[in-house]
Design a protein around this ligand. Structure first.
Ligand SMILES: [Zn+2]
Ligand SMILES: [Zn+2]
Length: 584
């Protein structure tokens, strides 16, 4: 983060609910190609609003103008569904069962509306924007002292055995005054950004108290989430985010001292990230609320523009690497930045690295070795079953994510049906540390795909034979980082059969971000798994690919280990933050 980046004020209109709609929820099709933009208004019904706050990036705007696609209309009640027109809306309401989820979604979205409305409106004057600190104005000195006292006492209890629940009660009690102000005054304060009684206090005092408060709110939200109180957890996170965003506004130009500003900025940004991330995850477990994660991601990205590498609501970054734009041709696009080059979810074959061609040319040899490994596994299983004794050579194929592989250890959770197994060639849990199990494949990999072997051996990835049983579904999920890409070399690819039904039954395919792709035997499919992806094998056949994670080509050699250890450090810190209450 460069110190020259000046934070800009965030207003209620900066943060809009998710508006990057790609498909109609009624018919599943993209926006229609229209003639004039004005047509939208004529089709707006009582229940639909025309979303004018859409915050598209340049690229999308271009596609919109060249093909003049009409914007979709958005369900006025929940703002989480988009339609071509009221006919499509009716389909979704009845057949799509939106009538059962609309209200639920609307209620669950409230914390996001609260965050947005806690910010000053864009037309309030600069000084009003600065003074708009709801928590600071209404929180008395006594409240703050009491809060700290109870918090400290509860932290001590937290560290004793068996007193977690009492400690959590204490944390909640300590934050009661804040909750009260939030519930009672939120709207009111925003409307009347009048002279603050505490405007005399210095910027740094405000920032210090604000940051302390935000830390407590975040920790309490963690406790509540783990203690199965999702609603209070979300409300807590909304307060935390609102405070941090306001602090950031408060800082706009309020420090002559650039160093102090940068220091606060460096504290606020990661805290804000953690809070957005936790809010996002709070919607992930319930399938009916899952789509709200996009709204959270969208707002988080809007509020953090230019401050992080995370730039797409279809990502859930645990850690995002910073790439250098050096050496990238920008002849096609003058606004070319590292950001939009990085945001490729799927890499076209003509952009594949050279080694892809080499593996593709040798796919038959690789498949021959795979066949031997499959046969051995079957024999092992037969031996075990017939002799009823524990075989000395344990099964070499394991469920993905169930071994003790360092990366992707949660992978098995996303398998909603069927079976997903792996044979690890390189990486934690590798079956053999010699080349004997798959000599040709391993030699090819070592010689030509060093970027994948080195990533696997440093614990940041793996090279496996990945086998999907018939009718296996892997639910939508995101990889934790963008410093690596994923390659699949198709070895056993089922025949697609589109006859079953219109919803793509009988196909074997992968969705990355918004598009579906198909494997081909002997061909490589390349994607960035930090984007949401899901896999459906709806055929009666097995699908096997050689899966390779490799260092992102734009990540320079000398930066790789640095990025990997930084990602590890942040992962450890995340655990630390979640289970250790802040002291003040
Ligand atoms: Zn439609
Ligand atoms: Zn709705």
């Amino acid at each position: 983060m460069s110190s020259s980046s000046t934070p800009s004020c965030i207003t209620s209109s900066t943060l809009t609910l998710f508006s990057d709609w790609s498909f109609c929820n009624g018919c599943g099709l993209p926006p229609r190609i229209g003639t004039a933009k004005n047509d939208d208004e004529t089709t707006t019904t009582d229940d639909l609003i025309n979303d004018d706050n859409s915050c598209m990036n340049k690229q999308q705007q271009q596609t919109t103008t060249t093909s003049t696609r009409k914007k979709l209309l958005i369900c006025r009640k929940c703002k989480t569904a988009a339609y071509h027109d009221s006919a499509c809306q009716k389909i979704h309401w009845a057949k799509g069962r939106h009538k059962y989820e609309c209200k639920k979604l609307s209620v669950a979205l409230q914390p996001l509306r609260d965050i947005s409305s806690s910010l000053p409106s864009s037309n309030s004057s600069y000084s009003n924007r600065r003074r708009c600190l709801w928590w600071w104005k209404h929180l008395g000195q006594k409240d703050l002292i009491d809060c700290n006292k109870i918090w400290k006492f509860s932290s001590i209890r937290w560290n004793r055995d068996e007193e977690y629940l009492d400690a959590m009660d204490g944390f909640q009690k300590a934050l009661e005054p804040i909750m009260k102000i939030w519930n009672e005054n939120n709207q009111e304060i925003i409307l009347s950004a009048k002279e603050s009684s505490s405007s005399s206090s210095s910027s740094s005092t405000t920032s210090i108290f604000g940051i302390q408060l935000a830390r407590k709110l975040l920790f309490c939200a963690y406790c509540e989430a783990d203690g199965n109180q999702p609603d209070s957890s979300r409300s807590r996170l909304a307060q935390c985010i609102s405070i941090l965003l306001q602090l950031r506004n408060f800082e706009c130009g309020s420090f002559d001292d650039n160093k102090q500003q940068k220091k606060n900025h460096d504290i606020i940004t990661p805290l804000l990230n953690d809070a957005w991330m936790e809010l996002m995850f709070s919607y992930e477990d319930l399938p009916e609320l899952r789509k709200i994660t996009y709204h959270v991601a969208h707002m988080a990205i809007q509020s953090g523009k230019g401050r992080c590498e995370w730039n797409d609501p279809m990502q859930r970054p645990g850690y995002m690497a910073k790439f250098d734009a050096v050496g990238i041709s920008d002849s096609n696009n003058n606004d070319c930045s590292a950001d939009n080059i990085m945001s490729l979810p799927y890499i076209l074959p003509e952009q594949h690295p050279e080694w892809c061609r080499i593996l593709e040319n040798n796919w038959k040899d690789i498949k021959a070795e795979l066949s031997v490994l499959l046969l051995q596994n079957n024999n092992n299983n037969i031996n075990r079953n017939t002799m009823m004794t524990s075989s000395s050579s344990s099964s070499t194929w394991g469920r993905v994510g169930c071994g003790n592989r360092g990366s992707g250890s949660d992978d098995h959770r996303v398998v909603s049906s069927g079976d997903w197994t792996e044979y690890v060639l390189f990486g934690t849990g590798a079956v053999s540390y010699t080349d004997d199990d798959a000599p040709v494949t391993k030699r090819l990999l070592k010689r030509y795909v060093a970027d994948a072997v080195s990533l696997a051996e440093s614990g940041g990835g793996e090279i496996i034979f990945s086998k999907l049983a018939p009718h296996t579904h892997i639910d939508a999920h995101c990889g934790p980082t963008n410093f690596r890409l994923t390659a699949h070399l198709g070895l056993t690819v089922p025949n697609n059969n589109n006859d079953d039904d219109a919803n793509g039954g009988g196909e074997c395919k992968i969705r990355v971000k918004n598009s579906w792709y198909y494997w081909e035997t002997g061909k490589i499919l390349l994607f960035d798994d930090s984007y949401e992806h899901e896999i459906r094998n709806d055929t009666d056949e097995v699908r096997i690919v050689l899966l390779m994670r490799f260092w992102h080509p734009l990540l320079r050699n000398e930066k790789r280990q640095l990025e990997l250890s930084e990602a590890r450090r942040q992962k450890e810190m995340a655990v630390e933050k979640r289970y250790h209450p802040p002291l003040v």
